[in-house]
Design a binder for this molecule. Structure first.
Ligand code: TA6
Length: 317
């Protein structure tokens, strides 16, 4: 793009536009040519491209971009409930609501702003949500793109209510992969997980790395940083770091489940993998006036950058 980082105006590097369906969309760009698109519908990241213009997130060819449902792909936000075991709709309402741009957000540390193009969004409950979930909150989301192409999402949820409330949460991240049979996930070894395919029974991961031969729908508990999704086909690795998000959800619907999902093509499970930074096992309780923060950072590096025994510690965010 011909801009040097020194003269790059990061504030001006976010642009408000609309998708083909008329939904407002914010586009972030970095000086090297990477970009991210964040919809005000759901505060959902719809696209994240590297400096070569390659898409890093999966979007279904059958995705429905029409509110009120979340688009199948990108990064839908699951709040105030992950899954369908509460009183609310599956994965909560945040992904189906219209967010607004937060013009004067409370400050974040300089590291979360300097050298990044970013946008701040806010969601407050409407009288409709309050009927089903009677808790006043302010949910602030910062989405940013670093000069190295890193995507960061910072959620700050504040209780502005008179009573405590409890929530679970996930950044439901659909990664685009060459072929699911060419992918392995590292960083989950020896961890306990809840298996959604077996009534959330608890197991311990025995393998050195997680590979995929059938449907997987698990919540790995208390995962340390980083977690890596290694795509041998594309020779690239997603390195995931998180803060305030102890659990990691791993989901691939495989062939049978895919056929039952209307907005997912029958064969598309081969090209997606959800790996979510999440809070599932121990939901968060906020007292009046308290705030919770959950941060997700994803960087994509060439797999050759890491050796066979992936030295992820040397990956700089
Ligand atoms: O664990 C991930 C999961 O909860 C799966 O059980 C699966 O249903 C998926 O999310 C997608 O949910 P959605 O409501 O977006 O169709």
């Amino acid at each position: 793009m011909g801009h040097s980082a020194a003269v790059w105006d990061y504030r001006a590097a976010h642009e408000l536009t609309t998708d083909w369906n008329g939904n407002p969309l914010v586009v972030l760009r970095n000086p090297q040519g990477a970009s991210a698109r964040i919809s005000l519908h759901g505060g959902q990241v719809m696209s994240w491209k590297n400096q070569h213009g390659e898409e890093l997130l999966f979007t279904s060819s059958k995705a429905i971009f029409k509110p009120p449902k979340a688009m199948r792909g990108g990064i839908p936000i699951c709040f105030p409930q992950f899954g369908n075991c509460g009183l609310l709709e599956q994965h909560g309402f945040a992904r189906n609501k219209v967010w607004t741009i937060d013009e004067i957000p409370p400050p974040l540390p300089p590291n979360d702003s300097n050298g990044k193009s970013f946008v701040d969004l806010i969601l407050k409950p409407s009288s409709e949500e309050l009927k089903f979930w009677p808790h006043s909150f302010e949910y602030r989301l910062r989405a940013s793109l670093g000069s190295n192409g890193q995507l960061s999402l910072i959620s700050r949820i504040r209780n502005v209510n008179g009573k405590p409330f409890t929530f679970s949460f996930a950044y439901h991240t659909y990664m685009s992969v060459s072929d699911i049979s060419e992918v392995r996930v590292e960083g989950l070894e020896t961890l306990d997980y809840l298996d959604n395919l077996f009534q959330r029974e608890r197991y311990t991961e025995q393998g050195d790395a997680l590979t995929f031969e059938s449907e997987v729908d698990r919540v790995y508990l208390s995962c340390p940083n980083p977690v890596a999704v290694i795509d041998h086909g594309k020779k690239r690795t997603f390195v995931i770091r998180k803060d305030g998000l102890p659990d990691v959800v791993v989901w691939n619907p495989w062939d049978k489940k895919s056929k039952a999902i209307v907005d997912l093509g029958d064969e598309e499970y081969k090209h997606m993998l959800c790996v979510d930074g999440a809070v599932v096992e121990n939901p968060i309780t906020l007292k009046p006036g308290e705030e919770w923060m959950g941060r997700l950072e994803i960087l994509v590096v060439a797999s050759s950058f890491c050796s066979d025994h992936l030295d992820l510690q040397k990956v700089r965010f």
